[in-house]
Ligand binder design. Structure first.
Ligand SMILES: [Zn+2]
Length: 140
């Protein structure tokens, strides 16, 4: 028997099926009906979007003040695991918050595993969380 994770499991590591986890958020950019309630939830859904190549979702959840004009995803990077290291604020009643995380990846071009840590800032406007960018101070 081949041993591999169920393909329907969400890349964000929740253990939930994609269709019941980040899938509705990614699809919600079309309907506008489903948005992440917390900064951490948005962070997780953005990680899943990186893993699945959901470029439009990444751009749409990027704050307009820091959003790049376009986004090139590196096809050589395979996102393996998301590690949430800590959060500040970012709750359902907050207007700002930070999420410290490390994203684990496999780089197919160099055939090496890597770990990308970042402390990210998020803001909530009109009920929707946006990624602003990295804050000073990289988590370890
Ligand atoms: Zn998920």
């Amino acid at each position: 028997m081949p041993k591999s994770p169920a393909p329907s499991t969400c890349p964000c590591g929740s253990g939930e099926p994609y269709a019941a986890c980040c899938g509705p958020l990614h699809r919600g950019r079309v309907t506008g009906l489903v948005t992440a309630p917390t900064a951490e939830r948005l962070m997780r859904s953005r990680y899943s979007a990186f893993a699945l190549g959901e470029r439009d979702y990444l751009l749409q959840t990027w704050h307009p003040s820091t959003r790049p004009a376009s986004l090139e995803l590196d096809d050589d990077l395979e996102w393996r695991r998301l590690e949430i290291l800590g959060t500040t604020a970012g709750g359902e009643r907050d207007l700002a918050g930070t999420v410290a995380f490390a994203a684990h990846f496999w780089d197919a071009s160099s055939r090496r595993a890597g770990r990308q840590p970042e402390n990210s800032a998020f803001v909530r406007e009109a009920g929707q969380w946006f990624y602003v960018g990295p804050t000073p101070g990289t988590p370890s």
